[in-house]
Design a protein around this ligand. Sequence first.
Ligand code: HEC
Ligand code: HEC
Length: 341
Amino acid sequence: MTAENPAVRFVMLIIVAAVSRASISAQVVTPVQSSLQLSAPKGLPSPVPGSDTFRPAVAGLGRTLFFDTSLSIDRKISCSSCHAPEHGFASVEALPAGSLGRRALRNAPTLYNRAYGKAFSWDGRAKTLEEQVILPISNANEMALPLEDAILRLRKDESYAKKFAALFGREATAQDLSVALASFTRTLVHADTVVDDFRAGQVGHLTRSERTGMWIFESKGGCWRCHTGPNLTDEAFHNTGIGVAGGKSRPGRMAITNDPADAGGFKTPTLRALAETAPYMHDGSLATLAEVVAFYRRGGNENPRLDRKMKPLALSDQDALHLVAFLRALSRRSAFSARGK
Ligand code: HEC
Ligand code: HEC
C-alpha cells in the first residue's frame, strides 16, 4: 500500500478522521489538509463543477466539521453518523438515527458525485449543495441544533475560531459553514470502475455476466431512461411507486412544487457505489439489489401517478441475475486504482 496513490491516501484520511471521532466533542481533529483535491476520476466529466471557486483548505475545514458531533444538539451525531464513509457515505439503517432518539424521515443517500447534482434531497428541496448541507443541523429529526447555536459553538471553539478567521477573514457565519461543508462534499467522487474501463474500450474488465447485465440495463430493462449519463441519473423526479400504500403515494416532489402531477416523485439517485450503500430507495425499503431488480421486473408499484416509463419487464430469472451483477460492477474500482489496496 502506498500513500502516493491519491485514492489510498483519501481512504487513510477517512480512517484517521473516523478514529478521532470519539474525542471530537472536546477537541477538534486537525487532519492533513494538503491532499484534498477536486479532480474527476475516469468516467466523470472534468472539471468537477465548483472547481473554479474550490479551495482545498476550506474543504479540509469541511471535512473536520463533517466528522464533528458538536454540530448536533446532544453532541452525539455527526454528518458521518448517517453518511458513513465505509458505507459509501450513505446510511446503513433504512431511516438513520438522529439526535435525541429521533429518526430521519428518509434514507440518507450516498454523497458521492453530489458535485454533479442539480437539486438536492429526494424531493429536490435544495437548489444548491451549499443550501443542502446545513439543513440537517437544524432539522428536528437529524441534528436538532438551531443554526444560530451551531454558529455560536464554532465561534467559542478556539481552534475553529482560528480556522474560520484564517480562511474567511471573519467570525464563523452560516454561509461560511455551508461553503466549507459543501466544498468537502464535492471532493467525494466515485468513478474509475471496471464499467468506466469497459466504456473506455477495455472490454475484458467486465465479466460476461456483467456485460450481459449492462446490455439489459440499456435495452429491455429500460433503466437508462432515467439512470442516464456518466453519473447514471437524469437528476429528475419520477414516481416509481416506492412508498405507495393502499394505492396512494407519498407527496414527494409535490410537497415542493404543489403540482399534483409531481405526487410520489422522487429524485433518480446515482447508481455508483451501489454495493456499499444498501438499503435502497428514499425510505430504505428494499434491502438488496435483487429486491430492487424484482421491484422493476413487476413494473414498480401501481398508483395513479406511476411514471409512464415504468412497465412490467420481460426479464428471465437469469436476466435478473446478470442485471444485479452489472449493478455491483458499478462499485468495483478498475484494476489500476485497486492495485495496492
Ligand atoms: C440523522 C441523519 C443525517 C445526518 C446527521 C445528516 N444527514 Fe444528510 N441526509 C440525510 C437524509 C435522510 C437525507 C435525505 C433528505 C431528504 O430527502 O429529505 C440527506 C441528504 C443529504 C444530502 C443531499 C444528497 C442528495 O443526493 O440530494 C447532502 C449533500 C447531505 N445530506 C449532507 C449532509 C451533511 C453535510 C451533514 C452534516 C452537516 C448531514 N448530511 C447530516 C440524513 C442525515
Ligand atoms: C422512471 C424512471 C426510472 C427507471 C425506468 C428506473 N429507475 Fe431506478 N430509480 C428511479 C428513481 C426515481 C429512484 C428512487 C425512487 C424512490 O426512492 O422513490 C430509483 C432508485 C433506484 C435504485 C436505488 C438506488 C439507491 O441508492 O437507493 C436502484 C438500484 C435502481 N433505481 C436501479 C434501477 C434499475 C436496475 C432499473 C432498470 C431495471 C431502473 N432503476 C429503472 C428512477 C428510475
